[in-house]
Design a protein around this ligand. Structure first.
Ligand code: SF4
Length: 278
C-alpha cells in the first residue's frame, strides 16, 4: 500500500507563529493567562497547559499577569478590558487575521456595510466583528443569505474567514453581486488554506482512500474533510491513530494523508506509522 502525504499537511504559518510566541513568553517567566484555547487542537492545548499557560473563561484582576491573545485574534474590547484590569498583553494573533481586521475597519470607515463570509460562532469571526463599530452581516452559507437586508444595502465590503471553502465563498459573492451595486470583495482566505484546499482537489482523486487528521473542533480540518469526501467516498476524518479502523483498508492500494493547520506533525507521523503496520 502506497502512502502519500500532502506537502501542506500540518501547522500553518499562523499556528507556528502563535506557538513560538506562547513558548517564548513562558520562557521569559511571565505569568500567562489565555481566554480559551490557543488553537483548535487538543494535543497542542495540552502542551500549552503543561508549559504553564492558564486557560481562563473570563478576565479578572490582571496585575502582574500577562494575557496571551490567541491565533484567531480577539475583539478590540477584550484588549481594552485586559489593559484596564492591569494585564500586560502579548498578541499572538495570526498576521493574516490582523490583516482582515485592518481591511474591515478601513472599509467601515469608508461607509461600507461589512459582510463577513464565515461562521458567526467561530473565534476568528467574533474577533473580526469585535473590531467594528456597527454590527456586520455574517453569512455562513449560500442558503442563509438574508436577502431582505441585503437588498437595502447600497455600499458594502466582503471579507472572508481565513479558512473558508473557496468555491462556496465565491458562490456567495456572486449572489451578493446581483443585489449590491457598490460591492468590494476582499478574498481573505489565507494562503496556507488555499494551498491545503488545492491539494485536496487532487489527492482524493489520485488515492483509493484519504485520511484527514485533525481535531473535530478545527474548522479548517472540517473543510479539508468535506472537500475530500465530495470527491472520494472513502475519506475519513480522524483525531489520532486510535481512530483508525483496519477494515477501511481492505483492497486499498494507495492512501492519501493530510492534516489540518493546527495538527502537530507528531500526530500525523503516528497515524502514518500505524497505517504502515497494517
Ligand atoms: S489558517 Fe491561515 S489565518 Fe488561520 S492561523 Fe493559519 S495562516 Fe493564519
Amino acid at each position: 500500500m502506497k502512502i502519500n502525504i500532502a506537502k501542506s499537511a500540518g501547522f500553518c504559518f499562523g499556528v507556528k507563529h502563535a506557538l513560538n510566541i506562547a513558548f517564548k513568553s513562558v520562557d521569559s517567566g511571565a505569568n500567562i493567562d489565555m481566554l480559551g484555547d490557543i488553537v483548535h487542537n487538543e494535543d497542542v492545548v495540552k502542551q500549552i497547559s503543561q508549559a504553564g499557560i492558564k486557560k481562563i473563561s473570563r478576565l479578572r484582576k490582571g496585575a502582574s499577569k500577562t494575557l496571551l491573545i490567541r491565533a484567531h485574534g480577539a475583539p478590540a474590547k477584550t484588549h481594552q478590558k485586559a489593559k484596564s484590569l492591569g494585564y500586560k498583553i502579548i498578541d499572538s494573533t495570526c498576521p493574516m487575521v490582523k490583516e482582515i481586521h485592518m481591511i474591515a475597519k478601513k472599509a467601515e470607515k469608508k461607509g461600507c456595510t461589512i459582510i463577513i463570509v464565515g461562521d458567526q460562532k467561530h473565534d476568528e469571526v467574533r474577533g473580526i466583528i469585535g473590531q467594528l463599530k456597527k454590527n456586520p452581516i455574517v453569512i455562513d452559507r449560500l442558503e442563509n443569505i438574508p436577502l431582505t437586508k441585503i437588498k437595502r444595502i447600497k455600499k458594502a465590503a466582503i471579507v472572508v474567514q481565513s479558512t473558508r471553502n473557496m468555491e462556496k465563498t465565491l458562490a456567495i459573492v456572486e449572489t451578493l453581486k446581483q443585489y449590491i451595486a457598490n460591492l468590494e470583495f476582499h478574498n481573505t482566505i489565507c494562503n496556507p488554506t488555499r494551498i491545503k484546499q488545492q491539494e485536496m482537489k487532487i489527492m482524493p482523486l489520485k488515492n483509493d482512500l484519504v485520511i484527514v487528521v485533525g481535531s473535530k473542533t478545527s474548522a479548517n480540518t472540517k473543510r479539508l474533510y468535506e472537500l475530500s469526501k465530495s470527491l472520494n467516498k472513502k475519506s475519513y476524518w480522524i483525531q489520532s491513530k486510535n481512530d483508525i479502523n483496519p477494515s477501511w483498508f481492505k483492497g486499498v492500494k494507495s492512501v492519501g494523508i493530510t492534516s489540518g493547520a493546527s495538527t502537530p506533525d507528531e500526530t500525523t507521523k503516528a497515524v502514518v506509522a500505524e497505517i504502515k503496520k497494517l
